[in-house]
Design a protein around this ligand. Structure first.
Ligand code: AKB
Length: 318
C-alpha cells in the first residue's frame, strides 16, 4: 500500500508546528493518506499540498465522523492555546486544551488509533532544577498552559496504563523555522528576530538579553516527532512526555550571530510579562531518556540554525 497502511489526521494543522508536520507527513505517507484540519478555514490556502478540512476539535460528532470515514490509524493532536496567549484567558485556555485532549484520548480508546500529543518545557516551573532539567524533575508550572500540559501528560499516562492507548509525546522547547510563524508563545522572539533582521528593521525583544531558554530547529523537531511515532512500543519507558533538547541560547547570543550577517542590525530589550514566564522555564534540558529509549539526537546547533534561517528567508539557501 502506498501509504504504508497509515491514515493520518492532524488537528491544529495551521499552527507553527502543524504546517511543517503536515508537509513532512504528506512527503512520507502520500497526499491521500493525510487529512489536515484546523478551526481556521483560512488555513486551507497555506496547506495546498495537503487535503484539508475545517474542524473544531471539540466537535465530537464531526471528529467521530472523520475517524470513521477516513479509517484513521494515527492522530497528531496539535490544537492548543500557547503560553503567553493562554494567560489572557486562563479558564478558556484550560477548557480548550484539556477538553480537546480528553476527547481525543477517549476516541483513541474506542477507535484504537495511535496518538501523538505535544507537551512543552512549560510543564516545569521556578522550583524545578532549571539547568539540565531532568526527565522527572519536580514541576510546579507557573502558567495555565503549563498546568494544562502537565495534567495532559498525566492523562496520557493514565490512558496508556489503564486502556493500553498507544499515546506518545515530547516536551518541545521553543521551535524555530522559516516556513511558519509561531503565535502566542514565550519563545516566539527567536523567529521574529530573523524577520526583522531581513527587513532591516530594529528588533524590540520582549525577553531580557541574557534570558537563556531551550530551543530547537524545526527539522529536528519534525524528525523527533516522526521517530518517536515509529519507535518500537517496547522501547518506550515514558508515557507522560519525553524531554528532548536541541540547543540553548539567549536573545543576545542569537542577535550576536545574526549581526555577523547584518552588522547594522539593532536590538533593544523591552522585557514584558513573557519575561516573567521565561524566568520560570528551564535553561537547558537533560534528554538522556529519549536518547537511550529511541535514539534521539539533535543535529542543529545555533550557528547552523542562524545560517539556514537567513539562507532560506532571504532566498539564498543552496
Ligand atoms: C511557548 O512559548 O508557549 C511554546 C512552548 C515552549 O511550548 N513555544
Amino acid at each position: 500500500m502506498i501509504n504504508g497502511g497509515e491514515n493520518i489526521l492532524i488537528t491544529g494543522a495551521g499552527g507553527q508546528l502543524g504546517v511543517e508536520l503536515t508537509r513532512a507527513l504528506v512527503d512520507k505517507y502520500g497526499r491521500d493518506a493525510v487529512l489536515a484540519t484546523d478551526i481556521n478555514p483560512k488555513t486551507r490556502s497555506r496547506l495546498e499540498f495537503s487535503r484539508f478540512k475545517t474542524l473544531n476539535v471539540l466537535d465530537k460528532t464531526e471528529l467521530t465522523n472523520i475517524l470513521e470515514q477516513e479509517n484513521i490509524s494515527r492522530v497528531y493532536h496539535l490544537a492548543a492555546i500557547l503560553s503567553a496567549n493562554g494567560e489572557n484567558d486562563p479558564l478558556n485556555t484550560w477548557d480548550i486544551n484539556m477538553r480537546s485532549l480528553l476527547l481525543v484520548l477517549e476516541l483513541s480508546r474506542l477507535f484504537r488509533f495511535k496518538l501523538f500529543w505535544p507537551s512543552s518545557i512549560a510543564v516545569f516551573g521556578v522550583d524545578s532544577q532549571l539547568v539540565n532539567t531532568p526527565q522527572n524533575a519536580w514541576a510546579v508550572p507557573g502558567t495555565v498552559y503549563g498546568i494544562s500540559k502537565q495534567a495532559g501528560e498525566n492523562w496520557c499516562n493514565y490512558y496508556h496504563n489503564k486502556y493500553g492507548v498507544d499515546v506518545r509525546s515530547v516536551r518541545y522547547p521553543g521551535l524555530i523555522g522559516y516556513n511558519s510563524l509561531p503565535g502566542g508563545g514565550t519563545t516566539d522572539y527567536a523567529v521574529d528576530i530573523f524577520h526583522k533582521a531581513l527587513c532591516k528593521e530594529k528588533f524590540s525583544c520582549f525577553l531580557s538579553s541574557g534570558r537563556t531558554l531551550p530551543m530547537m530547529y524545526m527539522p529536528d523537531a519534525i524528525r523527533a516527532t516522526l521517530e518517536l511515532m515509529d519507535a518500537p512500543e517496547d522501547k518506550l519507558s515514558i508515557r507522560t512526555s519525553y524531554n528532548i533538547a536541541g540547543v540553548s541560547f539567549s536573545p543576545s547570543d542569537i542577535s550576536d550571530r545574526i549581526k555577523s550577517y547584518f552588522p547594522s542590525f539593532r536590538v533593544e530589550y523591552n522585557p514584558d510579562e513573557r519575561e516573567g514566564i521565561a524566568r520560570t522555564w528551564p535553561q537547558s534540558i537533560d534528554d538522556s531518556t529519549a536518547r537511550s529509549d529511541w535514539n534521539w539526537k539533535p543535529e542543529f546547533h545555533l550557528d547552523d540554525i542562524v545560517s539556514d534561517m537567513i539562507g532560506n528567508l532571504s532566498g539564498t539557501a543552496e
